[in-house]
Design a protein around this ligand. Structure first.
Ligand SMILES: Cc1ncc(COP(=O)(O)O)c(C=O)c1O
Length: 443
């Protein structure tokens, strides 16, 4: 646990609107003993707290149409020097001011390009988070590297630097820091570990569009950084991704590792081996327009997430999402934790009760930590086999790999949908509903 996590609850109470009144809260939020907590639960036939859930609004329109129209007047839809891909690359530098930027076909592709450029070789270990999309590690496995899962902070849900350091071996080559839900990792601590052990730090910003670490955009501390433009992300072109770097060792390699190993600047013969992860002009046209929308989307989400954190700071049995107050979390979703011993019912009942109150909530996130999936448990990555294990290049045994905090997070976490179309009234209603449900079931 980081020092920050240790002080999270105290900090929320000491520095947020709960104590200082920086944002107006409803009577029930300000005083948990008011009747809202005593009201009959909607699940038991009582009145529903939240009467309507705002729908995710229009996500694309005239901005995208204008770019697509311009694209249709072009004589090429190919990425290399394509007007849309060039515009995307230039506009992206406002999000992450990187010298080298390679737009590509997905976040998974971006991460594959990153580990390939980082030179991950057979048997090299890459330390990362067990709670993430499998796309975080697909590239590592394809490069015949070994994902090593380190345990997480209990409320940040991000890599615990002490656990990362504990996992470093002579075979460790890189760390992939996943900014889960848009919550920036403790990058200073992770960079210090990387520097101490000569490791490459890769930031997985797939869920963290617009997030800021100590005032700077995520993606600027690591040697390499990756984003996803998949449909569920803050901004999207259906599927897409981007990988960026300011590092002269890795940056110049990004283009060729996304383009079948071909160096389009120098030409010549194939000196690297890679697959085709190129973005297309239609994707880039939409993605460029989406970048124009990003800041307002993120400002809204960050404000709503902080509002939830203030409102939930003193709810019995609830641990709010652990965001360092110096950072901007872009809240891909909001993730709270139940303290199970303080509840008289299980999580499924809480989620049902919240749904009845009109709150969009779900139990957990991914069902199990990544390495608890059958493909890892059976080490069955390539035709049911794992050549590097058979060759003795790794002794990794995922059946014995333990990340207890990650297990606990997934079994006690409750996911609240959060998006830019939601308003303060909905968030206040959600807070009131959580307080009401906790008032019935928790102590
Ligand atoms: C943290 C994280 N990393 C990587 C990915 C992979 O991105 P994509 O789905 O675009 O391949 C995702 C997508 O959900 C993700 O959430």
């Amino acid at each position: 646990m980081t020092r920050f996590e240790d002080m999270t609850r105290r900090h929320f109470l000491a520095t947020t609107g709960v104590a200082l009144g920086s944002a107006p809260l409803t009577l029930a939020q300000a005083n948990p003993s008011v009747p809202a907590t005593k009201a009959k639960l909607a699940i038991d036939g009582g009145e529903k707290t939240v009467k309507s859930v705002p729908k995710l609004g229009v996500r694309w329109g005239d901005l995208e149409r204008a770019r697509l129209d311009a694209m249709l007047r072009q004589d090429t839809l190919f990425y290399w020097k394509g007007p849309q891909t060039t515009a995307f690359t230039d506009t992206f530098r406002r999000v992450c001011p990187a010298k080298y930027v390679m737009p590509c076909s997905s976040g998974t592709a971006a991460l594959h390009i990153a580990v390939a450029a980082a030179g991950i070789a057979p048997g090299d270990e890459v330390i990362t988070s067990p709670i993430t999309d499998i796309g975080t590690v697909v590239g590592t496995i394809y490069q015949q590297g070994v994902p090593v899962f380190a345990d997480l902070g209990p409320t940040t849900y991000n890599l615990d630097p002490a656990e990362v350091e504990r996992r470093v071996t002579p075979k460790t080559k890189a760390i992939i820091a996943v900014h889960l839900c848009g919550n920036p990792c403790d990058l200073q601590a992770l960079k210090a570990i990387a520097d101490r052990h000569g490791l490459i730090l890769i930031e997985d910003c797939a869920q963290a569009w617009g997030a800021k670490y100590r005032g700077e955009p995520v993606g600027t501390v690591g040697h390499l950084a990756c984003w996803s433009l998949q449909n569920s992300k803050h901004i999207t072109c259906g599927d897409g991704g981007v990988v960026a770097s300011n590092d002269e060792r890795f940056g110049p390699l990004l283009q060729r590792f996304g383009d079948k190993g071909f160096d389009r600047v120098k030409g010549g013969l194939y000196e690297s081996f890679a697959t085709n992860y190129r973005m297309t002009e239609p994707q880039a046209a939409v993605a460029t327009a989406q970048l124009e929308r990003l800041e307002s989307i993120v400002q809204r989400r960050a404000g709503l997430g902080e509002r939830l954190n203030r409102g939930l700071a003193d709810v019995p049995g609830v641990r709010p999402h652990g965001v360092d107050p110096r950072d901007r979390c872009s809240f891909w979703f909001y993730f709270l934790r139940m303290v199970p011993e303080r509840w008289r019912c299980d999580r499924a009942q809480v989620v049902k009760a919240l749904a009845a109150e009109g709150v969009e909530a779900g139990a957990g996130y991914i069902p199990v930590p990544l390495h608890r999936n059958p493909v890892f448990q059976k080490h069955a990555f390539f035709g049911g086999r794992w050549p590097i294990k058979e060759l003795g290049l790794t002794t990794m045994d995922y059946t014995r790999h333990e990340t207890p905090e990650a297990e606990a997070i997934l079994s006690t976490g409750i996911r609240l949908t959060l998006h830019e179309a939601m308003d303060d009234a909905y968030i206040d209603g959600a807070i009131e509903a959580i307080r009401k449900v906790a008032g019935h079931y928790a102590a």
